[in-house]
Ligand binder design. Sequence first.
Ligand SMILES: Cc1cc2nc3c(=O)[nH]c(=O)nc-3n(C[C@H](O)[C@H](O)[C@H](O)COP(=O)(O)O)c2cc1C
Length: 335
Amino acid sequence: MPPRFSYRGFYIYHKKCYNTQVNIWDNLPKPFLILAPMEGVTDIMFRQVIARAGRPDLFFTEFTNVSSYASEKGRHNALERLEVAPTDSPIIAQIWGKNPEHFSETCQALNSLGFSGVDLNFGCPDKHVNKAGGGAAMIKTPDLAVECFRNAKKSTSLPVSVKTRLGWSAPEEYKTWLPILLTEHPAALTVHLRTKKEMSKVPAHYELIPEIIKLRNKISPETKLIINGDIRDKIHALELHQKYPEVDGFMIGRGVFANPYCFTNHQPTREELMKLLKLHLDLFEKQSQKHYLSYEPLKHFFKIYINNYPGAADLRAKLMETHSVKEAHKVLSSL
Ligand SMILES: Cc1cc2nc3c(=O)[nH]c(=O)nc-3n(C[C@H](O)[C@H](O)[C@H](O)COP(=O)(O)O)c2cc1C
């Protein structure tokens, strides 16, 4: 008997395909553009602002600590950080830590939180993170990094990727460190082209891209290679792609501060930037009705929207004096 068509059967089939077979990394344009994870910046509110300006092909969350998720005390906060908005999709959850069991526990939970993938942060240079054995400190404990990666992969049906740096102190360390990661066949590998020691103080080592491509092609050709560091905008990413067509994607971090429309070719007007600022304020207000949020850190964003025109510094100074969204709106409406 041929199988009979039923809507329920179709639904289950579709859901199964959707959940288990669609790998986001195989469904992106080439090259694809990503908004880099940035702690204190790329939260649920700012991601919605960028989605309005011109979205990247993929978002990442700020990083969330796996041991925080695994603890009763930290879980609530971890889940708050992992909240996503409808305009975020597709979005990758980025996690960090050093406890392999906690990677498993967190990855299990991530299966059902609306993410398209999980990314392990093996590159953060922050001294507190490194002291706790996480981020770039993983470069110095490669066996532990591999154990965490394997645990993550075993615990989730989502594709698992890694974001890292060239090495801890010398750029040449990439020759041993990247093969260790590629041997685990991550779905994607983002390389911030600097060492932990270099922080962001030297230009990104674009000259190493051809060698990194060779390593990827030799060890794990199915891994998507993403390049990160000093990429200003879409035009810059496309220039790099012309030069290095085998790179699959480009990740932009601080470029978004210079132009929140950096994922488009658009140079925004003053009015457009002002509209984005008002949107950001409204999103903050809405989010703070759900969770406690401090207003002070919001002020760091003002210079993104108000700069480079006569009177911008004065306006920013007035906004820096405010203590609430209501006060900020009052300043803006008096213009
Ligand atoms: C304020 C700030 C916060 C960051 N937080 C994270 C993070 O949570 N996870 C991560 O992998 N990288 C983080 N980074 C690094 C960026 O993702 C990116 O690798 C780095 O800024 C280099 O890219 P860029 O030159 O395009 O900015 C952060 C960078 C900045 C400036």
